[in-house]
Design a protein around this ligand. Structure first.
Ligand code: UD1
Length: 420
């Protein structure tokens, strides 16, 4: 068990590179089940979630290796079609194997993920999507059991925009007979990346990045070599860390167009932002202005940046309102930020953040991935020492974050800890 020990107060300064997108990797990796062969996925982040997906693919019979950030996945010997509870409970994205296994092998058994720290996270849209494509789906002893001799194209209209369900249906439909149209499809860059990966494999997909995606099923696909996109949430987290510390940073290897909503809010908070093709320079606000946000699907303000934004707003010179529309209960970071001296009140899905003059170091506990990020951001500016416990959450989605922050002059150490 490790914790981060942060001595706050250093202004972040310098250049930092962004790793490959976790949420894209978690979709691209299971897509390799769709055709036997050896795949290369470049710019794969070395993260705990990627390791969990690797283990899941290995239990299905694949061989997975990561050398630096180059991942190879060999799916020639896949012979097991069950995603066990032990792995799915660690990572909900495990449900991404449902579509590819069903499409390629005609059956799949995937554990139901259960709840999570942000409240209920149903998978009904994934199940309904498979049923619309002609699968027979039953729930048996906590498992989704899906069977289909041959999936058939269909029109699937999602009543909620879902990243995971759009990805799962896309992966199932590429090998289905006939045409599938997805209405209210997710527009997230990770889904576009998955679509481009599938197209490179030989799939026929139109309308990627729009609400209507059309897929013409093909008989077979082939293995590919693919470059993963940069992680937009890591990009945003680093920018907010720069902004809260009064620093001046340049984030490289990123995709500025993927963080437009955040950049607009950072500018309104008083930051100076300049973008190039694959870099962003940020000069922190002299005084942080209060700016309201409301989370929404892409291209709106991402729910995965909500906790970090609240951290920034704790030091604004006024009151701001943060509305969470995707996961109503996603405020586990708030009581921990309050321990650092923040003034935040949560009413249902709205947080009212009143800026305080300063934060003060304390011992705080991570409850989930983005909550951990918000606590680290706050710790970087809090007076004295902040200890962030349970950083295994952080390791799910940020590649060697302490090294990156140290490179920007932060005083942060990973320290072994017995505290839980
Ligand atoms: C993905 C991201 C996660 C991010 C989330 C929202 C991955 C691995 N994870 O999660 O980091 O926070 O998008 O941007 O990419 N819903 C249903 N039924 C379903 C599925 C979803 O009602 O079957 C609802 C959810 O409860 C939520 C909304 O749809 O309110 C969006 O969730 P979704 O986009 O599916 O999130 P994930 O794909 O799980």
């Amino acid at each position: 068990m490790y914790k981060f020990v942060i001595r706050g107060g250093n202004k972040l300064f310098g250049q930092v590179h962004v790793s490959g997108a976790k949420n894209a990797s978690l979709a691209l990796m299971p897509a390799c089940l769709l055709a036997p062969g050896t795949y290369t996925i470049r710019n794969t982040p070395d993260l705990r979630d990627v390791a969990t997906m690797s283990r899941l693919l290995e239990t299905l019979g694949a061989r997975v290796a990561l050398s630096g950030n180059e991942q190879t996945i060999d799916t020639k010997h896949v012979a097991n079609f069950e995603a066990p509870y032990e792995l799915v409970k660690k990572m909900r994205a495990s449900i991404y194997v449902l579509g590819p296994l069903l499409a390629r092998y005609g059956h799949a058994k995937v554990s139901l993920p259960g709840g999570c720290a942000w409240g209920p996270r149903p998978v009904n849209l994934h199940i309904e999507g498979m049923q619309k494509l002609g699968a027979d789906v039953t729930l048996e002893s906590g498992y989704i059991v899906a069977k289909a001799k041959k999936l058939k194209g269909a029109h699937i209209e999602f009543d909620v925009s879902s990243v995971g369900a759009t990805g799962n249906v896309m992966m199932a439909a590429v090998l289905a007979e006939g045409t599938t149209t997805i209405g209210n499809a997710a527009l997230e860059p990770e889904i576009v990346a998955l679509g481009e990966f599938l197209v490179k494999m030989g799939a026929q997909i139109q309308g990627l990045g729009t609400p209507t995606v059309t897929i013409e099923g093909v008989r077979e696909l082939h293995a590919v070599d693919f470059m993963n996109i940069p992680d937009r949430i890591e990009t945003g987290t680093l920018l907010i860390a720069g902004a809260i510390t009064g620093g001046s940073i340049r984030v490289i290897n990123c995709e500025p167009t993927h963080v437009s909503a955040l950049l607009a809010k950072l500018e309104r908070a008083g930051a100076q932002v300049i973008t190039g093709q694959n870099w962003i320079e940020l000069k922190a606000p002299v005084e942080i202005q209060p700016v309201d946000i409301s989370t929404s699907p892409y291209p709106g303000f991402p729910t995965d940046m909500q906790a970090q934004w609240i951290a920034l707003m704790t030091l604004s010179n006024g009151s701001s309102i943060v509305t969470e529309t995707i996961y109503f209960d996603r405020f586990k970071h708030v009581p921990e930020l309050v321990r650092l001296g923040a003034d935040i009140e949560v009413k249902e899905n709205v947080a009212i953040v009143k800026g305080v003059g300063s934060l003060k170091g304390a011992k705080v506990m991570s409850t989930d991935l983005r909550a951990s990020a918000s606590l680290i951001i706050a710790g970087l500016v809090a007076q004295g020492t902040t200890e962030v416990l349970r950083i295994y959450h952080m390791d799910r989605g940020y590649e060697r974050i302490e090294e990156k922050l140290k490179g920007l002059r932060a005083d942060i150490e990973r320290v072994q800890s017995d505290e839980f």
